[in-house]
Each structure stands twice: as C-alpha cells, then as structure tokens.
Design a binder for this molecule. Structure first.
Ligand code: TYD
Length: 230
C-alpha cells in the first residue's frame, strides 16, 4: 500500500484546523497522551477538541456498546468492521469536519488505522479492503499526523489489567491477535513516515508527552506559515 494509493482528495488539508490521531494497541497509554497534549495546546491558547472512537456521537456511543460489550452473540469480522466504520462515518461528518472547519486542533483517540490494524490485521480481513471501506465512510478524511504508541502485546495486557478493569471483547483476544495488530500498525507507519510519529509506549509518560508536544508545535507553526503565505 503506497502513500499515493490513499484517497487524499478530501483530506484535512482543506481545513484551517489540524487533525491528529493517536493510535496503538490496547494499554498503550493513548488517552493519557491525548489529555496531556490537549492541556499543552490549551495552555498555549489553542482551541482543542479531544474525542475518541468508537464513539464521539450519540449513535457512535450506541455502536461502541454493541461492538465492545460481551453478550450480543457472535459478531463476525465483517459485521464488526462495518460497525466501527459506521461509528466513524458519524464521527467524521458530525464532529471532526465541523471542528476542523472552525479551525480547532482535533485530537482523536483512535481512527481509521485502528480498523486497518484490528479488523484488517487482527481479524485478517486485509489492510486494503478495510482502508477502502473507511475511506468511503469518512469521505476521505485523513489525519495530518498519526502518533503511534507502539506496545508489545504482553506489556499492553499487563498495563490494562492492573487494577479492577475488565477486558472488553477485543482486549480479551489472545496475544497473537494483538501481535498481528502491532505489525499492522507498524506497516501503516512505514508506508508514510512523514505523517507518522512512532514512539515506544514504554517510555516515561512525561518524555512521550514532550516529544509529541514538540512535533505538534512544529506542525502548527508550519500550518500557520502556509496560511499567512497564501
Ligand atoms: P478503546 O476505546 O481504545 O478501548 P479502551 O478505552 O478500553 O482503552 O478501544 C476499544 C477497543 O476497540 C479496542 O480494543 C480497539 C478496538 N477497535 C477496533 O477493533 N477497531 C476500531 O476501528 C476501533 C476504533 C477500535
């Protein structure tokens, strides 16, 4: 899958806002980094929207419960992929595009790459089919930057099962499923290195936050310079 094969036609470049996705296996620490980045940007006076998938809209939250909770009977791989894509379609149309149009910096905890990794890799539906499904679902809205917090399956499991939290339907899959997901994420990052920041999720939280913050500051400065030149 080359970078050029992606549908960039209606990507986020048409918007004033910057679109950032945080990705990684379960237990990578994405939600902590999302919060820290939002705090840093907010303190610098930026308007920020933090959101997450699956979910982010009323219909998306309902789909989230259906697809993640145990007890809805068998959910086969294609049905699962379509449920995540449906949640994402609503999120892109109702939340992400409007915020980007308003010039906000949008930080989403998971986006299309999660489907490519979990359903394409983990469920073996194939990266291209799942990417194409999601390009259609979002009418080609791609992030300006994807931050991949790379976590090994055993490390991720021990981080998410400390305390009393119960694993959801996807998290409770075996380590080889999570191993395929890790490989798929890294393959995605390798196809477009300029649009990814790949970090070792086991680094200290503050160190990760510093690296992420610096990269986002650079992008915002570049975006500002482009806008004032045009
Ligand atoms: P997440 O909200 O990150 O879980 P938690 O809040 O418990 O850390 O994601 C929920 C699960 O859904 C996670 O195991 C990853 C999975 N998932 C997919 O399989 N495909 C997708 O497209 C998305 C967005 C998530």
């Amino acid at each position: 899958m080359s970078e050029n094969s992606r549908d960039r036609g209606t990507g986020s470049a048409e918007y004033r806002g910057l679109f950032i996705a945080l990705e990684g296996g379960d237990g990578a620490g994405k939600s902590t980094q999302s919060r820290l980045l939002a705090e840093r940007l907010g303190a610098a006076g930026r308007e920020v929207l933090t959101t997450r998938e699956p979910g982010g809209t009323p219909i998306g939250e309902k789909l989230r419960n259906l697809v993640l909770d145990h007890g809805h009977g068998e959910i086969d791989a294609r049905t699962e992929a379509l449920m995540f894509a449906a949640s994402r379609a609503a999120h892109a149309e109702q939340v992400l595009r409007p915020a980007l149009e308003q010039g906000k910096t949008v930080i989403t905890d998971r986006y299309i790459d999660s489907s490519v990794a979990y359903q394409g890799g983990g469920r073996s539906l194939g990266a291209v089919a799942v990417r194409d499904l999601n390009a259609w679902a979002t009418a080609g809205l791609w992030p300006d930057l994807t931050i991949l917090l790379d976590v090994d399956p055993a490390g991720g499991r021990s981080r998410r099962t400390t305390g009393s939290s119960v694993e959801d339907r996807l998290e409770s899959e075996p380590d080889d499923f999570h191993g395929r997901i890790r490989v798929a994420f890294l393959e995605l990052a390798a196809t477009a290195p300029k649009r990814y920041l790949v970090l070792d999720a086991s680094l200290p939280v503050e160190e990760l936050a510093g690296i992420i913050g610096n990269r986002v500051d650079e992008l915002l400065a570049a975006r500002g310079a482009e806008r004032s030149a045009s």
